[in-house]
Design a protein around this ligand. Structure first.
Ligand SMILES: [Cu+2]
Length: 472
């Protein structure tokens, strides 16, 4: 129990670090491209751009580390092998599994962003380079959507695109606030009254970009929440729903602070900037103190907003650890109370034998019959070698009939995945998943079948005989 708690905690820390790095990267890029006015005549502007460039570089470096660490850690928890052994297995995981393929795309995106960043650092005024880095970061963000909850129904689905849209908009919103706090405000405080136009322009652009991103976040987030929760009551009676409540509370607070900024402080800063442009020849000290008072209030509100948004990020990392209620409904009703007449699931590390099974688009398992010793612990490595989704359900004839009826009753569409269970795995094309099973001491038989629509009827079924091996 404590090791699984520790394992969850490590996953949470890595996920949070990965999210934070992605958010800072996209935030700094949107500041560079849309928010900070690139007016070379303002004294501190080149310094701000330099700081933004550095944040992008640091975020990319952090993403390279978290990507590698997450792949290693997930492979370790997924396979149940010791961490050092999975390190050796990483090349084959990367080339042979779905998670690995997505990871390769992510690695390629980071590498190209890095190369582009090196070029942009030398030639910081070429916007096209920054746009291309933004594109690479968008692909990187997609790799996150393609390996999270949204990907359970397959790749390039509406769910996955909406999840990506939400992630992008949220990253621009949260990221630009954090990056502005880190890179822009320290410099803004050093500007003079003659730079009032720059300050006002920045405040307006920052506020507008936040408002647009926020609109997208709310739309896409509502869709995500609906597909994951399935009902309003899930907001109150599931752990996932309650965590989401906490996140929404933080989001609400941040929206309120953003609105105060937009409708009070930014307006005042703009009005002041117009007034100082008119009076710029007078150069009185009154304008400077007026500036610091207005800008300070604006900065203070954004600071509080930044702290609240860190809370949003933390809640998001917790949510990513949990199974959404709509997916765990079936698990809750079956896996905890279920007892099997044909043995029991055990930890992969306990296996004394590995049997490889292929699931093919010819609606067959290869092999279609397996013999194991009674009492033996076998890890089945099931690889989907086809181009469509398959599953493997371990169960007797009654289990298989019930499963088939259940799938029909739910009107599952081809390619749609049911959640994995003690005796069930759903396998995407090209993916390999494991079931580790301890067979009973008395001899018997059990079936394994695929219940994707039409597959069972087409004969996608195999048999495992467990025989008393000591009677030779
Ligand atoms: Cu199948």
């Amino acid at each position: 129990m404590s090791t699984s708690l520790l394992s969850h905690f490590i996953d949470f820390v890595l996920t949070f670090a990965d999210l934070l790095a992605l958010v800072c990267c996209l935030g700094a890029l949107s500041c560079r491209l849309w928010i900070v006015p690139t007016d070379g005549t303002v004294r501190r502007a080149p310094r701000i751009l330099q700081l933004l460039t550095r944040i992008v570089g640091n975020s990319l470096a952090a993403l390279a580390v978290t990507s590698l660490a997450l792949l290693w850690w997930r492979s370790t928890t997924l396979s149940g092998e010791p961490a050092l052994k999975t390190l050796v297995m990483l090349p084959s995981i990367v080339t042979q599994t779905h998670i690995g393929h997505i990871w390769l795309i992510r690695a390629a995106a980071i590498a190209s962003a890095w190369v582009l960043w090196m070029a942009a650092r030398r030639d910081p005024n070429r916007d096209v380079l920054w746009r291309m880095i933004f594109l690479a970061a968008a692909i990187l963000a997609f790799s996150r959507s393609a390996s999270g909850h949204a990907a359970d129904a397959g790749d390039f689905t509406l769910k996955e695109w909406v999840d990506w849209t939400h992630l992008m908009a949220a990253s621009v919103w949260v990221g630009s606030v954090l990056v502005v706090l880190l890179a822009v405000f320290p410099e803004l405080a050093r500007l003079e009254a003659s730079d009032s136009k720059f300050i006002a322009q920045f405040a307006n652009r920052f506020s507008r970009s936040s408002a647009i991103a926020l609109g997208v976040v709310i739309l896409a987030g509502t869709y995500n929440a609906w597909t994951r929760l399935g009902s309003f009551s899930a907001l109150l009676d599931t752990l996932y729903g309650l965590t989401l409540d906490v996140k929404l509370l933080f989001v609400g607070l941040a929206i309120a602070l953003g609105a105060i900024n937009r409708f009070v402080h930014v307006r005042k800063v703009s009005a002041w900037a117009e007034a100082t442009v008119v009076n710029s020849h007078q150069k009185n000290n009154g304008a400077v103190s007026e500036q610091s008072r207005l800008v300070e209030r604006f900065i203070h509100t954004v600071r509080v907003e930044g702290a609240v948004l860190l809370g949003v990020l933390l809640a998001t990392a917790v949510l990513l650890q949990q199974m959404p209620p709509k997916m765990s409904m079936n698990m809750a009703s079956t896996s905890h109370v279920q007892e099997f007449s044909f043995g029991e699931p055990v930890q992969p590390a306990e296996a004394t034998r590995v049997v490889k099974i292929e699931a093919t688009d010819e609606m067959r398992f290869k092999p279609g019959a397996i013999t194991v010793g009674s009492g033996e612990i076998v890890r089945f490595d099931v690889t989907n070698t086809g181009k469509i989704r398959h599953e493997l359900v371990l169960g007797d004839e009654k289990d298989q009939r019930e499963r088939e009826e259940e799938m029909q009753a739910m009107q599952m569409k081809p390619g749609e995945a049911m959640p994995d269970d003690a005796n069930t795995i759903s396998i995407a094309p090209g993916e390999t998943k494991f079931i580790t099973w301890r067979f009973p001491a008395k001899p018997g038989k059990v079936l394994y079948a695929c219940h994707q629509p039409g597959h069972y009827a087409a004969g996608m079924e195999g048999i495992i005989l467990f025989l008393a091996v000591d009677i030779k």
